[in-house]
Design a binder for this molecule. Structure first.
Ligand code: SGN
Ligand code: CA
Length: 506
């Protein structure tokens, strides 16, 4: 009898649990490299909060984006459609058409309470949310302004990553508790100019970081890589990026510094001024200067990431403290990957692994087994359908991504075999537009507009993507196979631009 009633209770709990729709929190950071995340094997720093999500859920080792840049990636996350379908192709000319469908609108129609807080960066203001409060454009690290839903602007005192988390928790506190919720938390960190919280300045000063093996890439055989303008040596600025000002006059002119209150500014000066003085005294040039820039870049970048992880931890703590952990899906991801000196670069955009791939971890108690490591190809394109699937809402036919849940629930189910990528912007950082595909072993890229060329890589033999095999004797067969698959992908996703480019040239 006793046994029976325990069984009955368990059954009821199970049924009740199954009927309740899961809450959803998606944390989207900016330019956060997987090379800087403990769960991804980082040697550089610890990220206990992101690692906790991975440990209690799944770490996607092959998470990718369809177009490696901020606004376009967010538009893909929202719509589950490629840039040519959702209309937001690049950061320079696109404006997001908020009247189109999004997974958040679908969730809202399905009874969810929805909010987007923090970095948004889609030019038009959000549509279809119960609540939003977003940073204008890229936002500011110190004392950020927010665009409010009523059209006003509100300035918050403090460091942006903490403030975004504060605002997100404020919304969680006042939400309607009778409904499930979907909250997107958009972080500015770790975007250029990698300005850390004053509390974290200097935390990596004692560390000397190893140079990536391809730091001194000569870009031989890769024309587009040669003409880019995103190198640590040439593009990274001493003042703007690395805060090596002549403090008396220059720092006051810099927007990000000018905003600081006197207490913040005093800490900023106390940290950066002696470093700038020391650097001046050393008179470095050539590779010595480039390597100094790399070390200083890494210190700023990782210190900025420390606050990001701490605030992800605050979100997880909030869920624990409010009894929400069990019934809330948590996703942590970046809008794309980032170069931490690989190929001599910072920034993103290229279809090479460091920027094409993005960190992505997900916790879904009761559905995803803790400690799962996924090696399936998944993309930011899949977030929208996955969330609809989790909420039991049917996925609209025109959504191009696929729910990740079937393969997470059943090891025998596989995801896609080929990934299609298309990057459009042809401006800042001089990265030529390109599209291409990646299979488990090979990558084929077609550059156009700025540079007209093909690249083929054997990722098994050349994971650093240094050796372009396109046109190399012996690779005809694989090239033909890859081109065939590229055409299939283009047809499948109905990318007319890519189709026209291939039709008009070889
Ligand atoms: C700014 C940055 C670029 C960066 C783009 C895109 N320049 O233009 O370095 O690549 O944003 O960033 S900056 O001088 O303003 O920092 S993204 O976040 O939208 O992808
Ligand atoms: Ca970005």
């Amino acid at each position: 009898m006793k046994k029976l009633s325990v069984f009955f209770l368990l059954l009821c709990a199970q049924l009740g649990y199954a009927q309740q729709k899961p809450n959803i929190i998606i944390i989207v950071s900016d330019d956060h490299a997987f090379q800087a995340i403990g769960a991804y094997g980082s040697q550089f720093m610890k990220t206990p909060a992101i690692d906790r999500i991975a440990r209690e859920g799944v770490r996607f080792d092959k998470g990718y984006v369809t177009n490696s840049i901020c606004g376009p990636s967010r538009a893909v996350i929202l719509t589950g459609k490629y840039s040519h379908k959702n209309g937001f192709k690049d950061n320079e000319h696109s404006k997001f058409d908020g009247s189109q469908d999004s997974f958040v609108k679908q969730l809202r129609n399905g009874g969810y309470q929805t909010a987007w807080i923090g970095k948004w960066h889609l030019e038009t203001t959000p549509q279809g949310f119960d609540h939003w409060q977003v940073l204008p454009d890229q936002g500011q690290y110190y004392n950020p302004d927010f665009l409010m839903q009523d059209g006003s602007k509100k300035r918050y005192e403090g460091y942006v990553t903490n403030v975004v988390e504060d605002v997100a928790e404020e919304w969680l506190n006042k939400r309607d508790q009778s409904k499930p919720f979907c909250l997107v938390i958009g972080h500015k960190a770790t975007h250029r100019v990698w300005l850390p919280d004053t509390a974290d300045m200097g935390m990596f000063d004692k560390v000397t970081f190893p140079l990536p093996p391809n730091f001194y890439d000569n870009y031989k055989t890769r024309e587009a890589a040669k003409v880019q303008d995103m190198s640590i040596a040439k593009t990274m600025l001493m003042g703007y990026d690395l805060k090596m000002f002549r403090f008396e006059e220059e720092a006051d002119r810099e927007g990000s510094v000018k905003r600081m209150n006197p207490a913040q500014r005093a800490k900023f000066d106390a940290y950066y001024q002696p470093i700038a003085a020391d650097l001046r005294a050393r008179n470095l040039t050539g590779n010595a200067l480039t390597e100094w820039k790399y070390q200083h870049y890494m210190r700023d970048y990782l210190s900025t990431a420390a606050s990001l992880d701490r605030n992800v931890g605050r979100t997880l703590d909030y869920l624990d403290q409010h009894g929400l952990t069990k019934n809330t899906i948590v996703i942590y991801m970046s809008d794309q990957g980032f170069y931490l000196g690989e190929h001599g670069w910072f920034d993103k955009r290229f279809m090479y692994e460091e920027s094409f791939r993005t960190p992505m971890v997900m916790r879904y108690p009761g559905v995803i087994k803790p400690g799962t490591v996924s090696k399936d190809f998944v993309m930011n394109l899949d977030i929208a359908p996955t969330m609809l699937d989790a909420a039991g809402i049917s996925i609209p036919k025109d959504v191009q991504g696929k729910s990740m849940l079937p393969q997470l629930k059943d090891k025998n189910k596989n995801g896609r075999k080929v990934m299609f990528y298309h990057y459009y912007e042809n401006g800042e950082h001089a990265v030529s537009p390109h599209f291409g595909i990646r299979t488990s072993r090979y990558k084929l890229i077609r550059f156009y507009k700025r540079v007209n060329s093909w690249e083929l890589f054997d990722l098994q033999k050349d994971p650093g993507e240094l050796n372009n095999l396109y046109g190399v004797p012996g690779y005809e067969k694989i090239t033909a196979q890859m081109k065939k698959q590229l055409n299939e992908q283009i047809a499948n996703y109905e990318d007319q631009d890519a189709k026209d480019i291939l039709a008009s040239t070889d």
